[in-house]
Design a protein around this ligand. Structure first.
Ligand code: BES
Ligand code: MN
Ligand code: ZN
Length: 493
């Protein structure tokens, strides 16, 4: 899908289809009114016949409308004006793209950038349209031998007045960058675990680093042994796939500015290890690298945006497999921090790889560290598939992340990380156990991580419920790339 801008009044710009809106009360968007006037009342006639799509997401495709430069008119229902927000816009754009793809139109002039939405300016709206349009056409079919037919729509054009041309073009470019980042995250998540291995994640990091001119370093098992990452390596020790610690450095800011460090859980397949998971839906544990995928996607987005900020990405990539060399429940390992861990359940492996990655992050003297992980099933029980769990010991950082969540529409909800929960991690034989029992399972997981993050401001996003969808719509969501990107954009501004 290509995106561009074109100067002129919407009714005079040539395209395969002009996309305009109507509210539930029959009120037309300005471009819809222009089309109505230029065509000698085509929309008024449709209204008289009760043909206007008044429900949000409903559509009416009209051909043979005279007096305008476009070959077709697609009217989309916006629903009630007072209820029309960012979510509604995305829904409406997706409905429009689906209809356009099934029509003969190759190009479409999208005029919905002019629709007022509280808290969004025209540039925000155009950017949101780009992201939603790309979402509508996304699929992962690279491993299907017969591809589904592509739709007809190849080009979306935004009409601009001369004065706004530059700001709209910039909004389009930012939207494309974010969409590219989200798509990378989704694609990596959807790839099967026999292809998307730790080595594959490392190669992906190297590839985007080369494309966008930033630095990537990949540490192998030997180097991690030298760093004494005994906790991380205990997860990898029975896997035929070698583990990787991937370190990406985006230096868009001033050299003296402390970086934000993003740490991603990259378990490319989580069997549970010796504490083997039940078989039902185990395939979905290929998504246990979605934290890592979101770090890669965010890097892809901010590099294309050219954000003026320093960011380091650290990815702890490993499989979690059973086998003769695997960690046994009861094994005690020593983390890079020197703290010892009794591994009572080998399925609580995310925190074991993350704790060493978090200790490694200290060397960057970070302004803040955010880790992103499909960490606990308990988080799905607590928050469902709507909100990511946000855990932080730093109120200011939490507030900043929640603001980015609101701005991007990528929902997150703050959860507690209080000392009273730490007791559940007591071990009789080591500094801590790696599990805290069923009560507050996502909180004790965060408490475990908090023991490795004392040297800096830290937040943790548990994306177990939000990183992918199950069932008929099975697929990665690309979350929380929009949230992370919005957070970094706000910091860069
Ligand atoms: N990757 C899983 C968490 C998970 C499970 C995410 C299901 C999404 C859906 C994680 O490694 C895990 O297995 N966590 C255990 C921890 C428990 C053993 C303390 C869990 O949540 O059951
Ligand atoms: Mn697990
Ligand atoms: Zn896991």
């Amino acid at each position: 899908m290509e995106f561009s801008t074109k100067a002129g009044t919407p009714d005079r710009i040539k395209s395969g289809c002009i996309v305009v809106g109507v509210y539930a009360d029959h009120k037309l968007t300005p471009a819809a009114s222009l089309v109505d006037v230029a065509s000698g009342g085509a929309l008024a006639t449709a209204a008289k016949r009760n043909d206007l799509p008044l429900k949000r997401g409903a559509v009416l495709m009209m051909t043979g409308v005279s007096g305008i430069a476009a070959e077709r008119v697609l009217i989309v229902g916006l629903g009630k004006q007072e209820e029309f927000k960012a979510k509604g816009l995305a829904e409406v754009v997706k409905a429009a793209v689906k209809t356009l793809d099934a029509s003969g139109a190759v190009s479409a002039l999208f005029t919905l950038g002019e629709v007022p939405i509280a808290g969004m300016n025209a540039a925000d709206t155009v950017r949101a349209i780009v992201v939603a349009a790309r979402e509508a056409v996304f699929r992962t079919d690279e491993l299907k031998s017969k591809k589904e037919d592509d739709g007809t729509l190849a080009k979306i054009v935004f009409p601009v007045e001369k004065a706004d041309a530059a700001s709209t073009a910039k909004a389009v470019a930012m939207g494309v960058a974010l969409a590219n980042g989200c798509e990378l995250t989704k694609r990596l998540g959807n790839l099967p675990p026999n292809i998307c291995t730790p080595t594959y994640l490392a190669d992906t990091a190297k590839q985007i680093a080369k494309e966008f001119g930033f630095k990537t370093e990949v540490l192998d098992r030997k180097q991690m042994e030298q760093l004494k990452m005994g906790s991380f390596l205990s997860v990898s020790q029975s896997s035929a796939q070698p583990p990787k610690l991937i370190v990406m450095t985006w230096s868009g800011g001033k050299s003296k500015d402390a970086p934000v460090v993003l740490v991603g859980k990259g378990i490319t397949f989580d069997t549970g290890g010796i504490s083997l998971k039940p078989g039902d839906s185990m395939d979905e544990m290929k998504y246990d690298m979605c934290g890592a995928g979101s770090v890669l996607g965010t890097f892809r987005a901010i590099a294309e945006m050219g954000l003026k900020i320093n960011v380091v990405g650290v990815i702890a990539a490993s499989e979690n497999m059973p086998g003769g060399d695997a960690t046994r429940p009861g094994d005690i390992v020593t983390s890079m921090s020197g703290q010892t861990i009794e591994i009572l359940n080998t399925d609580a492996e995310g925190r074991l790889v993350l704790c060493d990655a978090l200790t490694y992050a200290e060397r960057f003297k970070p302004a803040a560290v955010i880790d992103i992980a499909t960490l606990t099933g308990a988080c799905v029980i607590a928050l469902g598939h709507v909100n990511s769990g946000l855990f932080s010991t730093d109120d200011e950082l939490a507030t900043e992340i929640l603001a980015a969540s609101k701005a991007s529409g990528d929902a997150a909800w703050r959860m507690p990380v209080e000392d009273d929960y730490q007791e559940q991690l007591k071990s009789n034989f080591a500094d801590m156990a790696n599990i805290g029992g069923r009560p507050g399972g996502s909180i004790t997981a965060a408490c475990f991580l908090s023991r490795y993050t004392k040297a800096y401001r830290w937040a943790h996003l548990d994306i177990a419920g939000t990183a992918w969808k199950s069932g008929a719509a099975k697929g990665a969501t690309g979350r929380p790339v929009p949230l992370l990107t919005a957070f970094l954009e706000a910091r860069a501004a």
